[in-house]
Design a protein around this ligand. Structure first.
Ligand code: GDP
Length: 478
């Protein structure tokens, strides 16, 4: 990290003017707000007999820059992490079960499958990790907590039902996260199956099969009979290869909590997905705002393990408290440090819970634009009819105030739902309702997540409000 002259002076208990003078002798003209590079900081501090310690505690709290420098030579291919999404009853759970059954048991006879929130299979000598909770709600809830764990989304669409509201939502959620989509056209064993219609319908969402000039992979499957599953997994590996997913197994582990609970006998139990580095039994660890030492690790086959590498899910015990799904974790060199940082994070967490929102809201938009905090304004549109959605989208996308543009991340017909709010929260978006209202759950979540919902009955007013907010001309609300 870097420091300004003023900050360094404070740390050294000196007057800024003294430092400025010193810098001048070194040939550096500076002001109190001048940022100093590492070498200059060391030089000045050395002059006062102070040794500079590189680890700045605030960085550790944020888990940034703590891990050792990335060494290209240590980077190794890691398995992709896959989430299955799609409309209810289109076969997500069946597909997850069927993949697990056909692939896990092969080499691992005797293992008793454990539901720890994720599992790993092996196919063609390569591993793939699946998150066990299907659906975009879980996916985006994690994202709202700052966790990006999914590398590839499998979008399940039933061939006898086609694109449905939650299919559309899943597409928006995956796209907002920038995660590639593979389409699994499911239930092709059914007589009413019409995979062509599914492809046709999905072209509207820019998911165009290669045969039609696009670049989206479609695989026809039957989760029930197992047809097409091998091909689907091959495609996952293909997309994963293109993405060149890499990690360094020699580092201290860091990653994300998949799920966690309090177990009567074992205390806090958490399933962690290692995203970089390797996790060992005995490692001092900070998980969200809890901490401890990894007491025991159990994998998805119920086996005790001592060390696991990148993209591996593992259930651990040994934490002082139960973390939340989506919390980040990081292993530290010693337990004392882990405790310090865990405590600092937990007190900061309490502060954040008390403090005001930092989300985008129309009332504060102009300020945020002025400060350069906002480059795009993400908006979700819900309306009573598709025509209004399109009319709003058309006008909103034309707005351009000083280079700041409107970005429509999701649209839909019908009431504002919890899923809309979670997406808004994860993407820092504003929700506009046109002749629709939020349902009870949406209202509750919007309040806790501090998502700004704007309701209108006249299209012009909605557009005008956004534009005015961007220009700092919004009438104060009374
Ligand atoms: P989810 O809500 O998306 O998780 O859907 P489920 O996996 O629970 O499946 C919903 C229903 O569809 C269940 O009755 C499944 O047995 C059935 N189903 C799932 N996949 C297939 C399939 O490939 N073929 C047929 N015929 N039925 C399927």
């Amino acid at each position: 990290g870097s420091l300004t002259v003023g900050e360094l002076a404070k740390l050294l208990h000196k007057e800024p003017s003294e430092l400025i003078k010193k810098l001048m002798f070194l040939g550096v003209m500076s002001t109190i707000n001048q940022e100093l590079d590492k070498d200059t900081i060391e030089l000045i501090a050395g002059d006062y007999g102070v040794e500079v310690e590189e680890e700045i505690i605030i960085d550790e709290i944020d888990f940034e820059e703590y891990v050792e420098v990335v060494n290209e030579e240590n980077l190794a291919e890691r398995p992709p992490v896959v989430t299955i999404m799609g409309h209810v009853d289109h076969g997500k759970t069946t597909l997850l079960d069927s993949i697990r059954q056909t692939k896990v048991t092969e080499g691992e006879a005797g293992g008793i499958t454990q539901h720890i929130g994720a599992y790993q299979i092996e196919t063609d000598g390569k591993k793939i990790t699946f998150l066990d909770t299907p659906g975009h709600a879980a996916f985006t809830t994690m994202r709202a907590r700052g966790a990006q764990v999914t590398d590839i989304t499998i979008l399940v669409v039933a061939a006898d039902d086609g694109v449905m509201p939650q299919t559309k939502e899943a597409i928006s959620h995956a796209k907002a996260a920038g995660v590639p989509i593979i389409v699994a056209v499911n239930k092709i064993d059914k007589e009413a199956a019409n995979p062509d219609r599914v492809m046709q319908e999905l072209t509207e969402f820019e998911l165009v099969p290669e045969a039609w000039g696009g670049d989206t992979i479609f695989v026809n499957v039957s989760a029930l009979s197992g047809t097409g599953i091998d091909e689907l997994l091959e495609m996952v590996l293909l997309v994963s290869e293109v993405a060149e997913l890499k990690a360094d197994p020699t580092l201290k582990a860091k990653g994300t909590v998949i799920e966690a609970e309090l177990d009567k006998g074992r205390g806090a139990v958490a399933t962690l997905l290692v995203q970089n580095g390797s996790l060992n039994v005995g490692d001092p660890i900070v998980v969200g705002s809890s901490f401890g030492r990894v007491r025991a690790m159990v994998n998805d086959l119920g086996r005790r393990v001592k060390r696991v590498g990148p993209s591996t899910p593992v259930e651990i015990t040994g934490l002082n408290d139960v973390p939340l799904a989506g919390d980040q974790f990081q292993v530290f060199a010693d337990e004392k440090k882990a405790r310090q940082i865990g405590e600092a994070r937990s007190s900061r967490q309490r502060e954040e819970n008390r403090s005001e929102n930092s989300r985008v809201s129309l009332d504060d938009l102009f300020n945020q634009i002025q400060q350069g905090d906002v480059k795009d304004i993400n908006i979700i549109i819900k309306a009573d009819v598709q025509g209004s959605v399109e009319a709003m989208r058309g006008s909103l996308e034309k707005i351009d105030v000083a280079g700041v543009k409107v970005n429509i991340i999701h649209t839909g017909v019908g009431a504002i739902t919890e899923s809309d709010i979670i997406l808004a929260s994860a993407s820092n978006a504003i929700v506009i309702g046109f002749s629709v209202r939020p349902d009870v759950n949406a209202k509750r979540v919007a309040e806790s997540e501090k998502v700004d919902i704007r309701l209108h009955r006249v299209i012009y007013n909605a557009i005008d409000e956004i534009e005015a907010a961007m220009k700092g001309m919004l009438d104060p609300e009374f």
